[in-house]
Write a protein that binds this ligand. Structure first.
Ligand code: V47
Length: 388
């Protein structure tokens, strides 16, 4: 669809977005100045319209989802991040660490249609290198065909430290044990200032990017994220996205960008903050699509955006809703009000109502099932009660 460029540029002149519609229409890369202007502008509707144009050019009417399970195998963590409500020390109320047998049993009894397990957790130094290999093997023994997307860069850093071996050798062994790809977490926001304030024990931005680079060069796909809405400035958000974009230019290893809206409830240092507003969550999706022009997919992770925002995001830059998800703990401990699981028909309804076509994908975006010809389901009592 052609953009009514003249009208959009006229409007952009008055909303601080001058020149951006023309660049988007011509497929030109946006500058850091453009990214900052997009964060500062009140015209989120225009950003959404432009991001939708780009999303449609890349993915047409398709909206992806997958059928997946989350296994947060331990909440023991020694990073003590000020934004995290999930972490515990061993012995604390609610602290747990799953054995490989428990990981096996959770997967053996999980949705038989699931094609992916998303396995992330805290880091605790008493866990041995062999533990990580064993939980991967346990997952694959329970479900030989499932794609294991596991371990953020923070966990990989810890695993490499425990293994006392070079990265490539550790990746060989993790792959051998069952690892198929990595998720995008642990990056938070790359600002050193915010890191010192809220997560000084966590790896630096440089280390996160260096590991991601090594992992991409090795041949694993990963995702990328930005946790926003804490104490970072808009300039720091732009810097974060710019670093992700530069790495992606070199490696093409990121499949999907997932902006993560900060959930303040129960967090050690930031429970006084409000959660980013629905409009801010949509802005983050749209900017992600427009600025990260080299990352194929943008995910509206419904667990964290909320269902209403996730649905709207499909028309403002996002092409993916993540999955059916079950047993997610990181966000629910931080007060997320979303359900802990969606059924396939719930996801179809969100997608179809937004004017898109549901396509079930696997982790690597190969099509599992295309629901192009499915009619919007007649509302039944159970699905009409979807919370927002
Ligand atoms: O790394 C922790 C963030 C991440 C809070 O790759 C918080 O497909 C908001 O990375 N409020 C883990 N965010 C989740 C994650 C993820 C999720 C879905 C899909 C994928 C993927 C990755 O969650 C952490 C951290 O950045 N986080 N606490 C909080 N209170």
């Amino acid at each position: 669809m052609e953009l009514p460029l003249e009208a959009l540029e006229n409007r952009a002149q008055t909303t601080g977005l001058a020149g951006i519609p023309t660049k988007v229409a011509n497929g030109h890369r946006l500058s850091t100045g453009d990214a900052l202007a997009m964060y500062r502008s009140d015209d989120v509707a225009l950003l959404g319209l432009l991001a939708n144009h780009m999303r449609k050019a890349m993915h047409g009417d398709v909206a992806y989802y997958n059928v997946n399970i989350h296994v947060n195998y331990t909440n023991w963590c020694n990073q003590f991040c000020g934004f995290c409500a999930f972490q515990r020390r061993p012995g604390d109320d609610g602290a747990y660490c799953m054995t490989p047998e428990q990981v096996h049993d959770v997967l053996a009894s999980a949705n038989p249609e699931a094609t992916e397990v998303h396995m992330v957790a805290g880091v605790w130094p008493a866990l041995k290198y062999s533990y990580f290999l064993e939980i991967l093997r346990a997952a694959k023994t329970a479900r030989p065909d499932i794609h294991v997307k596991a371990f953020t860069m923070v966990e990989i850093d810890e695993i490499v430290r425990l293994a006392k071996k070079p990265l490539a050798e550790v990746l060989d062994e993790l792959r051998e044990a069952g690892l198929d790809s990595m998720p995008g977490g642990g990056a938070e926001v790359f600002s050193e200032r915010v890191r010192q304030q809220l997560y000084p024990r966590k790896m630096s931005a440089e280390r996160w990017l260096e590991l991601a680079r090594g992992i991409h060069k090795y041949g694993f796909k990963t995702n990328c994220t930005m946790l926003y809405g804490m104490t970072e400035t808009l300039e720091e958000r732009v810097d974060h996205l710019t670093r992700l974009r530069a790495l992606q230019d070199d490696t093409q290893g990121f499949q999907t960008y997932i902006p993560l809206a900060f959930h303040p409830a129960n967090t050690p240092k930031l429970s006084h903050l409000p959660m980013p507003s629905p409009l801010e969550r949509l802005r983050s999706i749209a900017i992600g699509r427009l600025y990260l022009d080299n990352v194929p997919h943008v995910k509206a992770y419904w667990i964290m955006t909320g269902l209403a925002v996730a649905q709207a995001a499909l028309s403002m830059g996002a092409d993916d809703l993540d999955g059916t998800v079950s047993q997610e703990k990181v966000y629910h401990d931080a007060g997320a009000q979303t359900p802990e699981i969606l059924r396939r028909q719930d996801i179809h309804r969100l997608i179809l109502e937004s004017g898109h076509v549901p396509v079930e994908r696997n982790t690597l975006y190969q099509v599992v099932r295309d629901f192009r010809h499915q009619e919007l389901p007649i509302k039944d009592a159970s699905s009409s009660a979807l919370p927002v």
